[in-house]
Design a protein around this ligand. Sequence first.
Ligand SMILES: C[S@@+](CC[C@H](N)C(=O)[O-])C[C@H]1O[C@@H](n2cnc3c(N)ncnc32)[C@H](O)[C@@H]1O
Length: 447
Amino acid sequence: MPMNNKLYRIGQLSKKAELPISTLNHYLNLKLIKPEKVIGSGYRLFSNKTLETILEIQKLKKEYLPLSVIKQQLRKGRELLIKEPSAQYRQLTLPTFEPEYPPITFQFPSTRFQGSKLKLVEWIWQNCKHLDFNSVLDAFGGTACVSYLFKTRGKQVFYNDYLKSNYYIGLALIENSRETLTQEDVEEILKRHPEMKYPTFIQETFKGIYFTDEENEWLDVVVTNIDTLITNIYKKAIAYFALFQSCVIKRPYNLFHRKNLYMRTAKVKRSFGNKITWDTPFPVHFVRFVEQANESIFDNGQKNKAFCTDAFDVKGKYDLVYIDTPYISSKGVGVDYLEFYHFLEGLVKYNKWETLIDWKSKHRRIKHGKSIWNDKNKIYQAFDTLFKKFADSILVVSYRSDGIPSDADLMSLLKKYKAKVIELNRKNYKYVLSNNGESQELLFVAE
Ligand SMILES: C[S@@+](CC[C@H](N)C(=O)[O-])C[C@H]1O[C@@H](n2cnc3c(N)ncnc32)[C@H](O)[C@@H]1O
């Protein structure tokens, strides 16, 4: 093979090597291959040299050599293309061996989700890594980036979120260890199939609210294709994930809390926002997010699971429970996730969306009552009940220094159930869409 200096992302490498990304991630975990370099955003780049190593590994696997032996061979730099395998390794079935799962590079898709801890995961890990745990429940999982952190550290991860749209993210990135969306899958999803009859629900219901007419039509087609043509649950979850990300990135404030398409379309001088991103066609965003998701999928050797339920109803025992509830500001205003992301929730409940909508609202929100996690009068009771429920686990709690409850209140609630509670404070962390420079990120570690 002629050598050149071309560098590939993991998705491109997977195509060239004709192997799923999960296999490449497994090789990375075992340190059979390594990236040529890692660029700023965390993306790994591979050279033709890596490709050659992969092809050699595949040849050796055909000779029934276990990966542990292949690794030794690669390390010694011996001639790898063994034509006649030694009798010692000539076997009829692949031998079993215990793989090691050292942490892989943290390669998580970009996100604009409210309250995401993506920029804080390393700080969270630094304060948890000394704890003795294997199973971990991420009870309010959101974007799944904290679950993903634990997955990269070889833990058995249980993701939970009460929103079905978020649950699909947990399925795609946490429970899923090997499925990716192929180019053919993406083509199936993006094209209008002449034999199919497409509904026009989004075009009719959300006209002039969030997206243009043409974009609404695209959404009706794509959501129907995902729902009816993609049968594998993990592939479906990746497709929904890419669809959510594409919708969010094209929205002013990245939310669905108001009818404000005019902010995108008005011919005015703008001092904020990103008109180019808003106007980039849906398929371009979609393909990019599929690639990002594909590149994030790997097997950590554990049976990880995603749930979709109220945190109070999660069953099972976990060594550690990570708690990152919606935040209530000092003024008593809570972050209502269903209010912000109802449109994504509607996409995954497309066939019954009509029955869920509050038709009196201009922005066609989904009807729902006030959650205990948004109610400043009930929030103490909510935390108390949750801490009690998981009192046998190590509790790790994220919150903000200027919220309700206060840090002192959270500390005393935790102390009711735990002997040792440490409060950590992350200074100078900047929150998305927040003007409150005083607010600081807190982490309680309770054993
Ligand atoms: C602060 S966010 C979590 C962010 C997440 N740690 C991340 O980094 O992306 C809170 C999450 O809790 C979810 N949620 C709200 N009420 C819930 C409940 N009663 N049970 C489970 N999840 C809930 C919301 O949908 C939201 O995704």
